[in-house]
Design a protein around this ligand. Sequence first.
Ligand SMILES: [Zn+2]
Length: 328
Amino acid sequence: MKRRRFLSAAVKTASAAVCSQTFPPALNSFLLRQGAAPKISPDNSVRPQLALTLDDPTLSLGSVLKWQEANARILKAIAAKDVRAALFVCGMRVDDADGAKLLTAWDQAGHLICNHSYSHKFYGERTSYADFAFDFLKNEKVIAPYHNRIFLFRYPFLKEGDTADKRDRFRALLKERGYRVGHVTIDTSDWYVSQRFVDRLSKQPNAPVAPYRDYLIAHLLDRAAFYRQLALDVLGRDIRHTLLMHFNPLNALVLPEVLSALENAGWQWIDASLAFEDPVFRSQPQIVPAGESLVWALAKETGRFNDRLRYADEDGDYEKPKMDALGL
Ligand SMILES: [Zn+2]
């Protein structure tokens, strides 16, 4: 416990040094509006920081491994980096006694327990504000018992509303309930790579995990570098990043290697609570449809980066041809 506190203080000092090298946000946006900002490239003397955020813990992982084993492996991998992650809980996947055991293990390890709605609805055309709001509130009872429960909400599929009215009404509800958005800054398709791995195992039970692990790591490094550069170009500074990953079979098997690969690429793992303190997480991009990675949305809002933005920002469709070509 003491060691953790010390490390956390050290990280805070280090990140204060990072922040002091940047312009205040207001000045920054002024410079960017004027088109006077110099081209900014990563400051490689300072390690960029990121926190692990993990979505959709579930008791159903198919036949690959049991939830108890997946849970233990994932928690052990994170503990080995001595950081606290943020767990975004979708109630319908863990709403029984076993689900409570799963969540208790995270809570006792000091990770943040956050709201990801009860039923994982896509807040688009076919979901009304009233239904979405009801589903968000319904999830509160699932996460209420935990000590490290925190008022962070992550939109399912990162979809924040298909009209300005729905977007703003839900944002107002979050504010009224004391919530902030648990934004993703580095969006990924880890879920798709895991799904391909599980599909392969169903046809070939002894298929090796290594090629899927390597694909996943290359994908995550690529996406992390992409969103880091985009954040630098949009905001003029390195922000603290939040990496999106999921509670799934592939991650349960290879998370230690994944976490080390990002570290070896120069990233520094930090506590999720520290990452979410970055003022960037208070921004509310005024785009429609609303959502995606926060960095993507801020870039979209400027109208200046459309050549680099695709919609949705991440999707299995982008990975499919590459994985097909590799025979994965
Ligand atoms: Zn989700």
